[in-house]
Design a protein around this ligand. Structure first.
Ligand code: SAM
Length: 315
């Protein structure tokens, strides 16, 4: 299977429609992945248009580069979208007409056993989206205090028996046997030894640890704020999330920026009212239809939200 065929872009038509791509516009795809959405944007650009695609995973950058090489308006860069502003300013590309952020993992990352994201294939406990920096999942699990691990499992995985699982993981690390995805799976099984077969919590344990290792929600918030700063008035921000924690961050920032902000004096009097920066275009998230979910089960939990920038700035 070719790299490009491994990941089907989610909500593709909705992305193009909500971004309102114009041939002479300048766009950022903050999560290039396999370049699926980027290709759809690049196809719609004329000679004066530009697409800058980013990804924190060097393998995704290579895949997207190969996919987009036929579009002279497109370039792909290795960068965390939490550092988007700095990256775009360095490239001399700002302000922009639209930013797309399609959060989470690509199917290619999930399906590569050696990346350690999946409980369905044995591999090293890595889970870093950017393997050139940061702690691996194995290093994280060797260090994290038990109570913090339980909190992470509850917060990012909505896991009920989080304490039992955290205790079992810590027991396994103390016996020196926590190096591979199969070890983590065995630890979850030992913590839930009353469950027959593979406990359903395994999937959410892997998800929660991945979110923690990659500090995904912190970067998402930074990426959204920087996207708004980069947009021209009238520019569009389109975000796809796959997890309730991600969607809560998107919703909170959209709500915050679409309300007037008050600057207060020390005594509580209002010094200045700052008009809203964003207009939310999707009061409810856009979801994939049944046909898309049938053809691409990964789309099942996708939620798209879009907003338009109203004024200059966006601090
Ligand atoms: C769902 S995939 C994107 C798929 C892409 N839209 C396509 O059509 O092929 C998400 C991508 O975002 C990247 N990613 C996740 N967090 C990131 C971050 N903070 N900065 C940059 N890229 C990130 C992942 O490495 C992954 O390649």
């Amino acid at each position: 299977m070719s790299g490009a065929a491994e990941h089907v872009p989610v909500l593709a038509e909705a992305v193009v429609a909500w971004l309102a791509v114009r041939p002479e516009g300048v766009y950022v795809d903050a999560t290039a992945g396999l370049g699926g959405h980027s290709a759809l944007i690049a196809e719609r650009l004329g000679g004066g248009g530009r697409l800058v695609a980013l990804d924190r995973d060097p393998d995704a950058v290579a895949q997207a580069c190969a996919r987009l090489k036929r579009y002279s308006q497109a370039s792909v860069h290795h960068a965390n979208y939490g550092e988007m502003l700095e990256t775009l300013v360095r490239l001399g590309v700002s302000p922009v007409d639209g930013v797309l952020l399609d959060a989470g993992l690509s199917s290619r990352q999930l399906n590569s056993a050696e990346r350690g994201f999946s409980f369905q294939a044995d591999g090293p406990l890595d889970m870093r989206m950017d393997p050139t920096r940061g702690m691996t999942a194995g290093e994280y699990l060797a260090w994290v205090p038990e109570a913090e691990l339980a909190a992470v499992l509850r917060r990012y995985g909505d896991i009920g028996p989080a304490k039992r699982i955290a205790r079992a993981i810590v027991r396994r690390r103390e016996s020196g046997g926590l190096h591979r995805t199969s070890d983590l799976m065995a630890a979850v099984g030992a913590g839930l030894d009353f469950v027959r077969g593979v406990p359903e919590e395994v999937r959410t344990v892997f998800q929660a640890i991945r979110i923690a290792v990659n500090e995904e929600l912190r970067w998402l918030e930074a990426g959204l704020r920087q996207s708004v700063r980069l947009l021209k008035p009238g520019g569009r921000l389109v975000v796809i999330s796959f997890h309730s924690g991600e969607d809560r961050v998107v919703k909170r920032i959209f709500q915050e920026m679409s309300r007037p902000q008050r600057e207060l004096e020390r005594d509580g009097r209002i010094r200045k009212v700052i008009p809203p920066i964003l207009r939310v275009l999707t009061p409810k998230p856009v979801l994939p239809d049944a046909e898309e979910v049938r053809e691409n089960p990964r789309a099942k939990s996708a939620k798209l939200r879009a907003a338009e920038k109203l004024t200059a700035g966006g601090e």
